[in-house]
Design a binder for this molecule. Structure first.
Ligand code: ATP
Ligand code: MG
Length: 313
């Protein structure tokens, strides 16, 4: 099934004043059904040979302006919603990417939800419950900072978390994560078919760059608050996480909800790539201001006349 958001993988993205081509969607999009090797297929340090950080950030700012204008139409049209999901290892730059890319958007049109370890109440329901309560309504942009994908990532790396989910014995089979991939694909298809565009970003940071960022968080006092010993503990499971991410990408990148692997060792490039994908997705929607009917136009003109007839006080 092809939906209208089937990105043209050959799309080339010119960056900076020279307009020279720097990267293509096919460099970052995960082809549905294709095996993924993060090591071989995606370089965290990739910038398409581009090193004009300033130029890139100008492009991000221009994209943000376009996004803001398009969000207004999204709101007025009231047919579509946009759900943007971020997943990553710690210190990959999720928070910064979210902050930069959404900076110009009307706060009333945009909502960020962070998914932490599930509460006791969350655990009384299936793993999609808390996410379905948080999906954006028509006209809105919703951002998930982590998501139900944690249930095929951290829960897979730490099987004891699965025990806490109080599942019936029939669900506790070796194929539980394969089943979850299918459930997630179906959930996202349902969202898409009912007007919610789903875009998913995996911020791909290298192990070395994570080490550098952790060290900076320890050595620079103003960054101390960002460091959590728990993040260091998770680093020890790096390889298991990479495997879980690969399996997730391979099984849940679909035509209706594609994954993008965003090179994240250079924050400026990550922000540029994310803002480009979101702008491109918006462009492909048939966003239109709602048409004003004749009757409504007449009504407006009548009110206008009445206002003009009023005596000034
Ligand atoms: P930051 O550290 O930048 O503030 P964060 O997203 O890392 O942001 P934390 O509070 O540090 O926020 O981490 C949230 C934790 O919650 C992560 O370790 C994540 O794996 C965990 N988590 C999220 N969803 C689930 C889940 N379904 N089951 C178990 N753990 C989860
Ligand atoms: Mg954290």
């Amino acid at each position: 099934m092809k939906l209208d958001l089937d990105f043209d993988k050959k799309r080339e993205i010119p960056v900076g004043d020279s307009g020279r081509v720097r990267f293509r969607f096919r460099d970052i999009a995960v082809e549905p059904g294709k095996a993924v090797s993060l090591k071989k297929d995606f370089d965290p340090d990739f910038t398409g040979g581009y090193d004009d950080k300033e130029g890139a950030l100008e492009k991000v700012a221009a994209n943000v302006e376009r996004l803001s204008a398009m969000q207004e139409i999204l709101y007025a049209q009231d047919n579509y919603a946009l759900l943007i999901i971020f997943q990553a290892m710690d210190a990959a730059g999720k928070d910064g990417a979210i902050r930069h890319v959404m900076s110009g958007i009307n706060p009333q049109g945009c909502q960020v939800t962070s998914f932490k370890a599930p509460s006791a109440e969350d655990l009384d329901y299936g793993y999609l419950w808390r996410a379905s309560k948080a999906v954006p309504g028509r006209g809105m942009i919703g951002i998930f900072n982590r998501s139900y994908y944690e249930d095929v990532l951290v829960v897979r790396v730490h099987p004891e978390l699965l025990e806490k989910q109080k599942l019936p014995p029939s669900a506790h089979k070796a194929d539980i994560f394969q089943k979850r991939f299918k459930e997630i694909n179906n959930f996202e298809k349902y969202l898409r078919q009912n007007g919610t565009i789903v875009l998913k970003f995996f911020l791909n940071v290298s192990k070395n760059e994570q080490k550098k960022r952790f060290l900076a968080r320890i050595e620079e006092p103003e960054k101390n608050w960002k460091f959590s010993p728990a993040d260091y503990a998770e680093r020890k499971y790096w390889d298991s996480y990479q495997t879980a991410f690969e399996d997730m990408l391979e099984n849940t990148s679909t035509e209706w909800a594609p994954w993008f692997v965003i090179p994240a060792d250079n924050k400026w490039f990550a922000r540029l790539a994310v803002s480009e994908v979101i702008s491109a997705a918006f462009e492909r929607l048939d966003l239109r201001m709602p048409e004003v009917s004749k009757a409504r136009k007449n009504e407006l003109m009548q009110i206008r006349r009445q206002l003009l007839d009023e005596e000034d006080e």
